[in-house]
Design a protein around this ligand. Structure first.
Ligand SMILES: [Ca+2]
Ligand SMILES: [Ca+2]
Length: 147
């Protein structure tokens, strides 16, 4: 009994630290970004990819999809997606996770999405990679705080 409690707290602690690591940097250096009491965030998404790319902005706490973008929106991508390249303004006082996905093809309902690697290109730009050339420009999202 004692051991299972110790094991459970160990697992929870490990999980906490792993999640905390993934949710790096409250100042926006990472894919975890918060608006604040006075300022919303504006996200501007562009694509430079032949493969199907999707970008999902999730509310960090609820994991609810707040906004989704797809480079084949209106051109074959399923209508779960809300937009092609473009901008979206967040709520205030909310934290978001920005996640990129891609398929190894143009839109193709039979292929699964894979999560894309990302890199902070500068202090306000995240780039995602859908292949091996490591240009990290396949999906690019800029974010700024706005009043
Ligand atoms: Ca690339
Ligand atoms: Ca590219």
């Amino acid at each position: 009994m004692k051991y299972s409690i110790i094991l459970a707290s160990f697992c929870l602690t490990t999980f906490y630290f792993n999640s905390a690591k993934a949710l790096d940097a409250p100042d926006g250096a990472g894919n975890y970004i918060c608006s604040n009491q006075n300022q919303a965030l504006i996200f501007t998404v562009r694509f430079n990819a032949a493969y199907e790319n999707g970008l999902i902005i999730k509310e960090a706490k609820s994991r609810r999809n707040a906004m989704t973008f797809n480079n084949y929106y209106g051109n074959g991508a399923s209508d779960h997606w809300k937009s092609g390249a473009g901008s979206w303004i967040s709520e205030k006082n909310m934290c978001y996770l920005v996640l990129g996905y891609h398929k190894k093809d143009k839109f193709n309902q039979r292929l699964p999405f894979k999560q894309s690697k990302f890199r902070l290109l500068n202090s306000s730009t995240l780039g995602f990679e859908d292949a091996n050339d490591n240009d990290y420009n396949d999906t690019v999202v800029e974010f700024h705080w706005v009043n």
